[in-house]
Design a protein around this ligand. Structure first.
Ligand SMILES: Nc1ncnc2c1ncn2[C@@H]1O[C@H](COP(=O)(O)OP(=O)(O)OP(=O)(O)O)[C@@H](O)[C@H]1O
Length: 351
């Protein structure tokens, strides 16, 4: 069921077309991540949903209620939309408890009970309720900001790069915690992020913007394995892109004959594999009968995931493969290269 509909939204700032006819639907209870390079229009879209910015054209419809139709109809404070921003934007002179309770009715009988429930929900110790924001870590401040936003019982939660000021380990923890809290509270959320790994792991739907246009929207798996074009493929992760000849569901390329996801396509095409789809097996020189062999020229050890560079023997192609840190081949050794799963065929030839 559509919960939030963004219909043909356009926005121009002078000569810059910040958003160009964006159409996106968001299901109730889902988490959508909006990703794209800097300047692609992510923040503008979020601000239009929030009501801080007016679209030039198009509508924002939340639960059947039109919030904006060209000009804004419903002001930001009446939209029932919560926002958590990069810095949390807590009130520095108020305690944690007062921050969380901000916006709740002052004399409400259940105020303290609700504040306690919210601090429990974001997994902070109740002993922190009397502290001021500067006495908390960055991650703790973001949890308080989330609790404050939840305290207003929003229909929709907008998350504007809420994890970007946190360091890597904490970021992952927070991402999981926030996803869990939103899930439990049953709140639909839209996240804006620069970080494609964060988008893929946080969201049920990822929307890729580029130069103000919506390039592709879908599940994280669909976008990762079936990106629309080369740029989207590379934006969402590392990719091996090869020229191929397609015939009856097979691609003939430097890796031999491999299965593709576009069974009915024929002729020349670019295909894509994610580096973890390639498997290496050590062989000696005598094992040259394997379909595809190459020489390991470099290994960048990374623990669980290592980057192995292989130069293929049957051409000039150099592959950057992701491999487990266990049982790595030696630099200089010969390996066979096999493919797991299907290669993705791009709609059009880029090169
Ligand atoms: N108030 C404004 N006045 C003029 N131009 C603006 C304004 N806000 C945004 N822009 C322009 O609109 C385009 C989209 O900006 P936006 O901030 O939405 O991108 P973004 O994807 O969020 O970028 P970033 O990831 O760097 O935050 C950019 O070219 C930006 O310079």
């Amino acid at each position: 069921m559509t919960f939030l509909a963004i219909k043909n939204i356009s926005k121009r700032y002078g000569p810059v077309q910040a958003l160009d006819n964006i159409d996106l639907t968001i299901a109730a209870g889902s988490r959508t991540a909006i990703v794209g390079p800097s300047g692609s229009g992510k923040t503008t879209l979020l601000r239009i949903i929030a009501g801080f910015e007016t679209p030039d054209a198009g509508q924002v419809v939340l639960q059947g209620e039109t919030l904006a139709d060209g000009e804004a109809i419903v002001p930001a404070h009446r939209r029932g939309i919560g926002i958590v921003s990069q810095d949390g934007a807590l009130f520095p002179h108020l305690s944690v408890s007062e921050n969380i309770g901000f916006g709740m009715e002052r004399g409400a009988r259940d105020r303290d009970k609700r504040i306690n429930a919210l601090i429990d929900m974001v997994e902070l110790d109740r002993g922190m309720l009397d502290r001021r924001p500067h006495q908390l870590s960055g991650g703790q401040q973001q949890r308080v900001a989330l609790a404050r936003a939840l305290g207003r019982k929003p229909r929709l939660m907008l998350l504007d790069e809420p994890f970007s000021a946190l360091d890597t380990g904490l970021r992952e923890n927070m991402r999981k915690a926030v996803a869990r809290v939103l899930q439990i509270a049953g709140i639909t959320a839209v996240l804006v992020t620069h970080d494609q790994a964060e988008a893929l792991s946080f969201a049920n739907q990822v929307a890729v913007l580029r130069e103000g246009r919506l390039i592709q929207a879908g599940t994280p798996q669909a976008l990762y394995l079936n990106p629309r074009d080369r740029e989207t493929a590379l934006f969402l992760g590392d990719a091996i892109i090869l020229a191929a000849d397609l015939d009856q569901g097979l691609a003939k390329c430097v890796l031999g004959q491999i299965l593709v996801d576009a069974g009915n396509r024929q002729g020349r095409a670019d295909i894509m594999l994610r580096p973890e789809q390639l498997r290496l097996r050590a062989i000696d020189e005598a094992g040259a009968g394997a379909a595809c062999i190459g020489k390991v020229t470099e290994i960048e050890f990374g623990g669980a995931v290592c980057a192995v560079t292989v130069v293929l023997s049957n051409g000039s192609e150099t592959l950057n493969i992701k491999s487990s840190g266990v049982g790595l081949p030696e630099v200089g050794s010969m390996v066979s290269v096999s493919v797991i799963g299907k290669a993705h065929v791009f709609d059009r030839l880029d090169s």
